[in-house]
Design a binder for this molecule. Sequence first.
Ligand SMILES: [Zn+2]
Ligand SMILES: [Zn+2]
Length: 477
Amino acid sequence: MVRQSARKAAQAKSTAVESKTRVAKELKEVVSASSGKVSSTKTTVVAESKIEVTKRTVSKRKSVTTEPELDGENPENLGPAEDKEIETKKPAAKKRKTASKKDENAMPLAARTAISSLKRAMYIGAHVSGAGGVQNAIQNASHIGANAFALFLKSQRKWASPPLADDAKTQFHALLKQHSYESRKHILPHGSYLVNLAQADAAKATQAFDNFLDDLQRCEALGIRLYNFHPGSTGGEPMAAACARIAAQLNKAHKATSSVVTLLENMCGSGNVVGSRFEELRDIIALVDDKARVGVCIDTCHAFAAGYDLRTPEAFDKTMAEFDSVVGIKYLRAFHLNDSKAPFGSHRDLHANIGTGCLGLRAFHNIMNHEPLQGLPMVLETPIDEKGPDGKMVENKQVWADEIKLLESLIGMDAESAEFTEIAEKLQAKGASERQKIQEQVDKKAEKDAKKGTKGKGKGKKKKKDEDSCDSCAESD
Ligand SMILES: [Zn+2]
Ligand SMILES: [Zn+2]
């Protein structure tokens, strides 16, 4: 329900396709202009990609609008869309898919940047769809010029899924080779939203564990090393006990597998969700027997909403230092790159496009230029839905292709330069009305909470969902 209203709001917000296209075009100009100036050392791959992007955008946009309607404000919510494609629109989607697959292979929205051409080895990508088989995620990633990517290994909102097909596995390995992705380093599957490893009820805990273990086994079959998941929900019980249950489940899962490293995603601190404080992540890790099999994926939107600032170089350094002293920097294995529509410390999880949210472009400049983060997979989960000519929301993957290039262009860019300021201001202006809208909601809620004499975390309201799910992203969208 909340998701629906978010969607309605998004629909109301988007006025006309023309204006959206214009904004996208402006962003592309900004990105092209910036990446052009950033570095003359970039390889021809980058230069070619710009030409490709410019040449191909028009025809690609046409085909994008004919794809099935996809749901979700952020890629944390890509799931239902994938489900929808699989469950309800199979015949139509399949037919289109064959055509669009060929299309996608022939015409990437952006070519992948050669990492060696970047001043720092930043592997940037997005959470792409694996609908129709996990192997499709590889082409979807390559299509947007991603050097890293996330995917769901099975339907993330259903308990029962068919086993990984041999054919899908074979194709996955073949395509990995063809597209030169390092499955052990730069692919970061996202866990199911149903799984709550902190579940206290024995039967439900077993169900959660079985689903979790199944995902880890899929990772190992596919040669994937890193696996990201939401730590869980206390269900209203004490935090320490919830952390202990999560660690115990991880220990069991590690023993039943051989190599996959389980990454706890930091959360935004809504309701009973575990993992919004670095201390909670530390407490889970402390109880994990095999420390080589556990780590953390920082979601920038979640961190900011939970009260960890990243906006200025000083704030960013302070947050990183705090992470290092509380958790330990060696556990930091991946990033989710999302701006935040909601203000600092608001405990709301609303992903915004890079530079348009309350974090702003400077936060991402800080990340892109932080030496120790080199080599980690960095995954966009930013919104890409736009209103199509028929009024339905459709995905525009060009947004991710452009955001990847934008982030890459920040590497080595002078943040005090007129060039940076111009891009940052343009993106801030683009997100102004959305930020204001959310700010008003947050203010209203604070007022209401103050009147009620409660302290604003909505525990009562969220309790039911927390019992079933640790999905704070879906909660707030
Ligand atoms: Zn997540
Ligand atoms: Zn995330």
